[in-house]
Every structure is written in C-alpha cells, then in structure tokens.
Design a protein around this ligand. Structure first.
Ligand code: SF4
Length: 664
C-alpha cells in the first residue's frame, strides 16, 4: 500500500495570510468581525469563533469598537465606501492576487473597455471583481456561455475587450475558452489571473489522481477550489471522495485501496490533513500489516508543505509598510511582499517599528508568481540563515551573544539572537533558581550557546553561565582589596535563623544574628528583609574558605553608650517593669538596658514580695542610684523619689551590688 499527499495540499498564501491577520488581531486583544466567513472551512471558522471572532454579513453588523476584516476573496468598491462611511476600523486581508484583478478591471473599464470575467458570478471573489468594473461587463463559466456573450456584443471587432479569470478558475477550461475567444475577437487584452497556487494544485491533483486507485480531496463543500479539485480528480480517478473532516473518511474503501492519493483545498488547515493521515494509518494498521512506518507519514506530510524555493536571495528596497506586510522593490517586474510573519522571529514585532520606506533589506525568495506579478519574500529566514552561522560559531568558540527575550514558555524563555530563536531553560535563565522569568520579558540579555542542532533548528542558551562568570570576576576583584573594617553597601539576599546573607557586589557575606541588633532578637527578619539595602563592614575574613563575616550594628546605637551619656547616676526617669523576682523587679530604662529595683527600694513601707505592689508592663518613676558599666548592672529606686530617701537609697544600692557580687 502507498499513500501520497500532494505537495500543494492545504492553505495557500492568501488564505494563510488572512487567517494570520485575524489571529494577530485577536492576540492583540481586538474585537474582530470578518465580513463573511474568513475561509470556506467550517472547522477553522468554528475555531476562530471560539476565540471570539464574529461574522458580519454586511459592514453595518460590525460593532463600532471592533475591527472588520475583509477576507481574501476581496469585496466590491462600494463595500470599501460603506465601511469608510460607517467609520469602522478595518483590515484588508484581500489576497494580493485578487487585488491585482481589481486594479486591472478598474483601469480598463475606466478606458471604456468591455470586461469579460471567466468565473462563477455568484462567487464572492467574482462579485468583488464586478464591483470594481465601471463599464460593461460579462461573466462566463462555459465555452457556450462565452460564445453567447461574444455573439451578442454588437460591433465587437471595433471594441476592446479585457478578459480576466477568477483566481480559482479551471486552467484547462480557461485555455480552451481563450482559443475560441481569440478566433472570434482580434482585439482582446487577455490577463491570465488564475493563481498559480490554484493551477499548481489542480495539475498536481490530476497527476496524483491518475496514479491512484482512491483519491481523497479534503476541504469545505462550499469551497469553490475544493469542488474544482474534486471534479478534476474524479475525471481521472472515479473512486474520488470529497470529505470535510476525518469523520467522513470512507473507511471500507480506504482499507481496500492499494494506492491512495490525498489533496486538499486552499482553505483546509494542515491539522485536518494530518488528522486524516493519522486516523487512516491507525485504521489500516488495525486490519493489516502496514509497510509504511507512522514516522514516514509525518515526514511525508512535512515534506508536502515544503513547496518553497528557499535558495534564492535578493536585495531590495522597502517601498511600503502596513501593519500586516512590507512591500519591497527587488529590481524585478514583480512586487515583493514580506508578510509580517516573515519579517521577524519576534512574534510581538510591529512592521512599522522594524522597517521604514527606503530601507535596504537582504531577503530570501519563498515563492514567485510571474503571471500575477508577485514575489513572496522572507527577511526572517534570511536573518535566521545568517544568524545560524553566528550561533554555531558562538557555540564552538564559547562566545557570549546578546538577544532579546520575546516569550516566556513552558520550562524557560525564548530569546531571539541574530534572528535565531534560542531556548533558555529556566534552570539557565537566572542566577538563582525560582526567580520570576517574566522580569526578563523584552529585556536584552547576554548568554552562551550551550547546545546547537542545526538540522533541527534547535539552539539552547545559558544566561546563568554569563552571570556566573561575572560573579567570579567580581569575587576576584573583591578579594584583591578586601580588609577587616572596610565598609560596603550591600543587598540582603536571604535570611536564615542564624543570620542574614548580604551581596556586597558579586560576593556574599553573612551578618550573624547577634550582629544585627544591640537588643536580643529571635529572628533576623525583625531587623532586615531580603532586598533591603544595608551598610555593613567586614568583621572578619577567611579567604581560603571564602567566608566573610559582616558587622551591621553601630557603636552610636550601643545602648550602654546611650546610657552612659544620657542617664548618669541621679537621673530620674520613667521605666517599664519587665520581670519580677523574690528580691526585686527588673525595669527597662531604654531598649537593651534593664535595671533592678531592689525589693527594699520599692516603697517606704515594707514590701513582702514585689508582685504584691508591681506587675509586668507597669510604668513607674525611678531614680538611677548606681551604674556599674563593667558588670553591666544598674540599680534603680522608687523609694528614692520619696522625700528624704535619697541617701538611704544610694547606700542600699551599694549593699545590693555587694550582695549580688557575693552571690556570683
Ligand atoms: S488561491 Fe491564490 S488567489 Fe486565492 S487566496 Fe489563495 S493565493 Fe490568493
């Protein structure tokens, strides 16, 4: 058994461009209406509807704050006029090949020529073309209809005819009708406006059908080009089926066929073709041994879309920039077009920010269409080819490259460097694990290339490698002139129960918890928080172990210094009771300094136990009666504030000190 997929199957340039325009608008948060279904494919239309895209039958159906997209078929001039009159924002996704027909008929009808259109007068594309004719016009589908038209034009040999075709018109029928027309009329200007995507697809489908005993044509039943493909294939392969999705696959016939050919209309998404292929493979495998491995199907499918000529390079000058494409003069008769998706690897890029009229660009030719006068170009691919050389060399030489982070993806970020998308895993994106990757978005970053697989277009980078080098350099510089006592401004990086780690410029030191405050604290977070900027100095260094102890608390904040200067013996002040014992009460004078009110110094009257008259938290007035800075002891007296008690209190304080010393 063999299964062959036509290379030309699936989205053509014009359809792909229209769908991209709609998706881009939705991505930008716009409210989007399409003037009629954007393409003749129900599944794709449903998918867009799920994204909020609505269909307007007439321009007036679109809401004022929305963007109306004109689909690739194009519309009549009167529709543009109506949109402008209604003042609705719009995006023109008319295929450039169709726009060219509009231009031809408009120019030639302005000269008074008779316009003849080969095509279905009920098809929206033909209705759009008719809407640009300002002179007499006719449409035909068959030779008979053309014959009748020509017979009814009076004095036809003295009139000029302008003949164009619907882009999807059957190429064989077109050529045949032209022969007949040229015999009857000597003065017809003929413009072959059949899109090469259509003619290529039709010729390929016919050739494939001829060598197949079963042919599947995938596409919408309302799609004119899909129906034409079906008719073309059925003429040479009677067992031809038109299916809209995998659900309609004729399984029995498929299992009996030995040579299956598959093609698809211009509006058929690749996902539907792939789904048909995968289902077909599984079904056939269930009934008989397949010769073809599933992986071959994927290769086949991928190859079927590689219909671009990627060898040609051109140099061009920008002649026009719109939000969706850039027009380029490449010194040929064709108009060069770079779709936005082919301008840059950055999905957020805006055409007008990247290029302007007059800019010179190096480009890759993706597709040419001499008949239509267009040439599809890619700057992104040229940059990527050139960029790959730079990226591969950077990996070989371990060089640092720069790029801009364009996306945060699952497992890391994407940075675009030299037009190449480089994946940077989360573990390699920041100096420490767990940092928020969103802060890198739109930032220029430096990184090393740590892995390249050119065939698979895969490059992996590491920002961490560059950051780690920078830190090493900073560390070397630090150790070269570090000395005890040197002051630094640092940033608190993290806290533990025993201290705070501080980055002092590429190297970390630690402030022990006891160094954070003159008072007793339970956790470093009572004084500092990660991210705080702190002034520190080196208390000690161990270059061998790379350890740095930092000092933080300042002498001027030392409470014993404050006490010495502001609270000499004899000072009367308010204190707070912080503890009670048998022999007295401890009271806080200032944070970090407590003194003792001996039980005998609480009152004039005898106090059995301090808690009989005092309680923790109570504020009382005292006199400082003794200070021993060496032993860090302070005696306080409430009684001394009572008249005539001072001397006695000072004597008592001396006794207390003696008692406490003997207890030690
Ligand atoms: S078939 Fe040709 S003319 Fe029609 S939309 Fe596609 S590229 Fe444009």
């Amino acid at each position: 058994m063999s299964i062959k997929v036509a290379k030309s199957a699936g989205f053509c340039f014009g359809v792909s461009r229209a769908v991209n325009i709609v998706n881009d608008l939705v991505d930008k948060g716009k409210k989007v209406y399409t003037l009629g279904p954007i393409i003749h494919n129900r599944q794709m239309v449903d998918k867009l509807a799920q994204r909020g895209v609505r269909i307007a039958d007439i321009p007036g159906d679109a809401e004022q704050d929305s963007t109306l997209v004109i689909r690739s078929h194009g519309v009549a001039k009167s529709v543009y006029d109506e949109i402008k009159k209604l003042n609705i924002e719009y995006m023109d996704a008319t295929c450039p090949f169709v726009l060219k027909i509009h231009r031809i008929v408009a120019e030639h009808s302005a000269l008074g020529e008779i316009i003849i259109i080969a095509g279905d007068k009920n098809h929206p594309e033909v209705q759009g073309i008719i809407g640009h004719c300002t002179s007499e016009y006719y449409t035909y589908m068959t030779d008979g209809e053309l014959e009748e038209i020509l017979a009814n034009i009076p004095d036809k040999n003295n009139k000029t005819l302008c003949v164009v075709a619907q882009t999807t018109f059957d190429i064989t029928k077109w050529k045949k009708s032209l022969k007949m027309l040229q015999k009857v009329c000597t003065n017809a200007k003929i413009f072959d406006t059949i899109c090469s995507a259509t003619s290529d697809r039709q010729s390929e489908a016919a050739a494939l059908a001829a060598e197949s005993d079963l042919m599947l044509v995938i596409g919408g039943r309302h799609s004119s080009n899909t129906n034409k493909l079906y008719n073309i294939c059925r003429e040479v392969c009677p067992d031809t089926y038109l299916i809209e999705s995998v659900k309609e696959m004729p399984l029995t016939a498929v299992k009996q066929a030995s040579r299956i050919g598959i093609t698809a209309g211009a509006s058929t998404p690749a996902s539907i073709i792939k789904e048909v292929l995968v289902t077909m493979t599984e079904e056939i495998k269930n009934t008989e041994e397949m010769n073809t491995e599933p992986s071959e199907f994927e290769t086949l499918l991928e190859e079927s879309f590689k219909n671009y000529n990627t060898d040609g390079r051109v140099h061009g000058v920008v002649v026009g920039v719109t939000p969706t494409e850039v027009r380029v003069d490449v010194g040929r008769k064709q108009t060069g077009i770079i779709p936005l998706s082919e301008l840059s690897s950055d999905p957020n890029a805006k055409a007008e920010e990247l290029v302007k009229e007059g800019d010179e660009l190096d480009l890759i030719i993706m597709k040419t269409n001499d008949q239509e006068g267009t040439i599809l170009l890619s700057k992104k691919r040229f940059d990527a080819q050139k960029g790959w050389d730079v990226i591969v060399k950077a990996e070989e030489d371990n060089e640092i490259v720069t790029g801009v982070v364009t996306e945060v993806v699952k497992g890391g970020v994407i940075a675009v460097s030299n037009g190449v998308r480089v994946f940077i895993p989360a573990s390699q994106a920041t100096a420490t694990r767990g940092e928020d990757l969103n802060k890198l978005l739109k930032q220029e970053v430096s990184f090393r290339i740590i892995e390249v697989t050119r065939q698979r277009r895969r490059a992996v980078g590491s920002i961490r490698s560059v950051l780690s080098d920078e830190r090493k350099k900073q560390a070397e510089a630090f150790w070269a002139d570090a000395e005890v006592g040197k002051k630094y401004t640092g940033t608190v990086k993290s806290l533990t129960s025993y201290g705070a780690f501080v980055d002092i410029g590429g190297i970390d030191g630690m402030i022990h918890i006891s160094e954070l405050s003159w008072s007793r604290i339970k956790h470093p977070s009572e004084v500092v928080q990660p991210g705080d900027t702190v002034e520190v100095y080196i208390k000690s260094l161990d270059p061998e172990k790379g350890k740095i102890s930092l000092g933080y608390k300042k002498d001027e904040d030392n409470p014993w210094e404050i006490l010495k200067n502001k609270y000499p013996v004899g000072t009367e002040c308010e204190v707070e009771i912080v503890g009670l014992t048998q022999f007295g009460a401890f009271a806080r004078i200032i944070p970090g300094i407590d003194g003792l009110i001996h039980v005998s110094q609480i009152s004039n009257e005898r106090v059995e136990k301090p808690e009989d008259v005092l309680s923790v938290g109570q504020k009382v007035n005292v006199k400082i009666t003794a200070v021993d800075l060496e032993k860090k002891r302070i005696s306080l007296s409430m009684k001394a504030l009572l008249a005539g008690e001072t001397e006695q209190a000072e004597e008592a304080a001396a006794e207390e000190t003696a008692e406490a010393d003997s207890e030690e």
